[in-house]
Ligand binder design. Sequence first.
Ligand code: ADP
Ligand code: 5GP
Length: 210
Amino acid sequence: MRRGLLLILSSPSGAGKSTLARRLMAWDPTIRFSVSATTRAPRVGETDGREYYFRSRTDFEQMVRTGDMLEHAEVFGNFYGSPRAPVEAAMQEGRDTLFDIDWQGGQQIRNSALGRDVVSIFILPPSIAELESRLRGRAQDSDSVIADRMAKSRDEISHWAEYDYVIVNSDIDIAFAQLQTILQAERLRRDRQPDLAEFVRAMNKEFTDR
Ligand code: ADP
Ligand code: 5GP
């Protein structure tokens, strides 16, 4: 059984991470989504434990202090973090974990002991005008929240070169096909197939026994 890999998706808000993440998990239900904890308020339609664990600032800080977070960061004035235990459990079961986290979280996991298991993908919008129109089209945030997210997107985009792969999400079907290709190729890496040595040993025995 191979070790599960850690698939990190980052992008400026509105570029399409959540849409791609949802599609990927519908395509392969064995992938585990890392449900983050956050101190931000739930949006309409969000459920505690599904999109996020919505926590008070005090509870969040306690999780950080006790080492229960794989990474954490402040984004748009709220705290976000990835709980460690579900990720470690998934890896041991040979399942892949998908993270929708910002560049700060990406850096922390890449630089941690789990760094060799990371595959990181940055999603770019086709243009800044399209990014803004997607944020408005999502109709989940007020004008001031959208303005704040647009202001931060330049900073997020400046980290694109730290990622293993970059997808420009113009057409969602093409972007999704590219994401599938990346995951399929990464799963086939020799060092992610621990049973190969045994497989080839059995073949060699077959040669000998002929
Ligand atoms: P993020 O998770 O990066 O903030 P979302 O996945 O919520 O972004 O996408 C923002 C909005 O843009 C959503 O309304 C989504 O349906 C839409 N969207 C995503 N990808 C595309 C695309 N390729 N073309 C048009 N709209 C898109
Ligand atoms: P949103 O509030 O729109 O759900 O997310 C805002 C930003 O926070 C997004 O860029 C998202 O990727 C990032 N984010 C969500 N969860 C985490 C997390 O656990 N850690 C970090 N570092 N960023 C996160």
